[in-house]
Design a binder for this molecule. Sequence first.
Ligand SMILES: *Cc1c(COP(=O)(O)O)cnc(C)c1O
Length: 454
Amino acid sequence: MSTIPYKTYLEESEMPKQWYNVRADMKNKPAPLLNPATKQPMTAEELSVVFCKELVDQELNDTDAFIDIPQEIQEFYKMYRPSPLVRAYCLEKALDTPAKIYYKFEGNNTSGSHKLNSAIAQAYYAKKQGLKGVTTETGAGQWGTALSMACAYLGLDCKVFMVKVSYEQKPFRREVMRTYGADVTPSPSETTEVGRKILEAHPGTTGSLGCAISEAVEVATHSEGYRYVLGSVLNQVLLHQSIIGLESKTAFDKIGVKPDVIIGCAGGGSNLGGLIAPFMGEKLRGENDYQFIAVEPASCPSFTRGKFAYDFCDTGMICPLAKMYTLGSGFIPSANHAGGLRFHGMSSTLSQLYHDKLMTAVAVEQTSVFEAAEKFARIEGILPAPESSHAIKVAIDEALKCKETGEEKTIFFGLTGTGYFDMVAYQKFNDGVMTDYIPTDDDLAVGFAGLPEV
Ligand SMILES: *Cc1c(COP(=O)(O)O)cnc(C)c1O
């Protein structure tokens, strides 16, 4: 048996004190957000109507590689971090692979995912600005839960627009948020102008993330003392999530291991962006080489089949335009169970890195993802979130390739969360009635036709 431990934790003194901003090391910076009316880059002033001041500065900061983590946030992180870097000895043995497999597990907090890393930061800056509260959207519920926890801790009001289908199908997620004091509204709702418009155009709709974002932004911009916060996609979110990669890097350095392949699931790109950040920094600076793989659902293939173009982030088309790999804001993905990966666009930072061929992407089908999830649950003991299982699936595929070639690669993936609230999806899989809808080119053409002219 090797001397590498099953789990590597950091001492409190080894915990990161700064986040890492990968944009500082990118030669080709991600394109700026544009004002949808003027098509000019959004100014800090315009953005601060929607977002907290400090977060606007982080959003626009392409130059500072390191940004201090405020002491209060460091303290909060200590409640549930560091997260463990785990050597998947049991999985390696079961696969009979010469590859070495590691994962970073972010599911050890009540919200059940990595989203708390950014929720606490965003809530902290809102509080510091003297705001009353924040508004947001949530799809599957992880982001809403994380934000509710952060707001409860800091004494901020939290208004969550939850995609109606999840509100109805995931009542327990909703109750966790209410337990933490959040006000949860199913979206689309009659409480906003954009919600009423969407309901009129699509009566009986069960909603989408894009609709819920539009409603949350409307409420934030129309209520005194409120701002909007977003759980993924934005540069600021990737910055906060760099805590995942920074801890991993320190842990790997401690055990003297360098990963060869780094894999993460990609919804809006925040966990993947955070996981790879310090490793990508080394690659950008020419210090080290790594292979990065983004894994997305075949039902919502932004990277692998999307267009690199300016697009809206929301269905109501009130948010700034972002240049990203997108399927079009009008694209409504089929009912995939990995709710956190059902977004039409992708982080503009990751989109630029992908465009510059610094990382690769693969799309995988739902049933194969759940096969991997089941295997992982049985072998490694953790019941993974469907989103996270996308990364598991590709990590297993990579390990099996090594078995064929005899290569002893070190494979590292992000295990973003647990799947306890996703048992309806597991039930479908267990009952053998899970489907794998892949959009046709014609389906995608509808979304592309709605891309704005820039
Ligand atoms: C939200 C979520 C994701 C996807 O979001 P990213 O911003 O792409 O990281 C992945 N896994 C879990 C468990 C999530 O909650």
